[in-house]
Write a protein that binds this ligand. Structure first.
Ligand SMILES: [Cu+2]
Length: 310
């Protein structure tokens, strides 16, 4: 038995050497649970009746590698009152069958292959979609390129998702009329901005010279983002996060609702950048994130599971 197992192992090792940095396609099981819960929408703890994936806004960051097969399951918690669904922008699927709504207490599944590398939006598509997204049913799926050298290696990584806050979560009419009060990053007003909100305790951190990669998604539901680092320049911008869609040395880059892009930022010195949507009513009502560049940045910030600062 031992010898029989050794031969495939050796073959696998040889194949891995030949393939170099190429990752092997694998099957990844992903489960999201729809939960209707109260969550804070500012640093003071003002509560809002959200609808979520996994009880948080944004939902869990899903991360796979180009070529992987994703076996996806949506569980709709039996305590919920509404049907929900998941539309992965990284998937080529059947909008009717795969993105179908699931009733409370039930679950639904579909499978797709992550054929294109990048960063993609995912969201609930249940009717009315404008309300399900505006109340918090959104997240990011990162599909890492199978060639690990397709992009320069990032020293730190962060996920930022832009969205609007509609004060009355029950008013679909307000959403249709674009009556938002604030624009937010990662589901909370001035979440990472102690400059504009003394109650803010979180920031994004990195060291000078490090390549900081921001996976940016615009969940909308209505506003475009003119994504800009105040006092910085985007070293590289990749539309939809695809390594082939690279642009260099940009000041701002427009990301529409339902779109996403990957942004690399490098600071030559200590200090701060303020990452904003330069559509200023959005920035000044909550969509500012301070990126602090410091030689004693927390070594764990922007690494591993800390990619989305909760
Ligand atoms: Cu929903």
């Amino acid at each position: 038995m031992k010898a029989l197992r050794t031969i495939p192992t050796l073959l696998f090792a040889a194949a891995a050497l030949l393939a170099g940095a190429q990752a092997y396609a694998k099957t990844v099981k992903v489960t999201l649970t729809a939960k209707e819960v109260d969550l804070p929408i500012d640093n003071k703890g003002t509560m809002y009746r959200t609808w979520t994936f996994d009880g948080q806004v944004p939902g869990t960051v899903v991360r796979v590698t180009e070529g992987d097969t994703v076996e996806f399951t949506l569980i709709n918690d039996k305590a919920n009152k509404n049907s929900h669904s998941v539309d992965f922008h990284a998937a080529r699927a059947d909008v009717v069958k795969d993105f179908e709504s699931v009733k409370p207490g039930e679950q639904g599944s579909y499978t797709f292959t992550a054929d294109y590398p990048g960063v993609f939006f995912y969201h609930c598509g249940a009717d009315p979609m404008i309300q399900h997204i505006a109340r918090g049913m959104y997240g990011a799926i990162i599909v890492d390129p199978k060639d690990a050298k397709a992009m320069p290696k990032a020293d730190r990584e962060y996920v930022l998702i832009q969205s609007e806050l509609y004060p009355n979560p029950d008013s679909q009419a307000d959403m249709m009329a674009n009556k938002w009060s604030n624009v937010m990053f990662n589901g909370s007003i001035f979440k990472y901005d102690p400059v504009h909100d003394p109650n803010a305790s979180r920031m994004l951190q990195a060291k000078p010279g490090e390549r900081v990669r921001i996976y940016f998604v615009n969940a909308g539901v209505n506003e475009f983002s003119s994504f800009h680092p105040i006092a910085g320049i985007w070293d590289r911008v990749y539309s939809s996060g695809n390594p082939k869609n690279v642009q260099v040395g940009l000041q701002s880059f427009v990301v529409g609702p339902g779109d996403a892009a990957t942004f690399d930022l490098i600071s030559p010195k200590e200090g701060a950048n303020a990452i904003v949507t330069h559509s200023l009513r959005g920035a000044l009502s909550g969509a500012i994130a301070i990126m602090q560049f410091s030689n004693d940045a927390d070594p764990k910030a922007g690494k591993g599971d800390n990619i989305l600062v909760r």
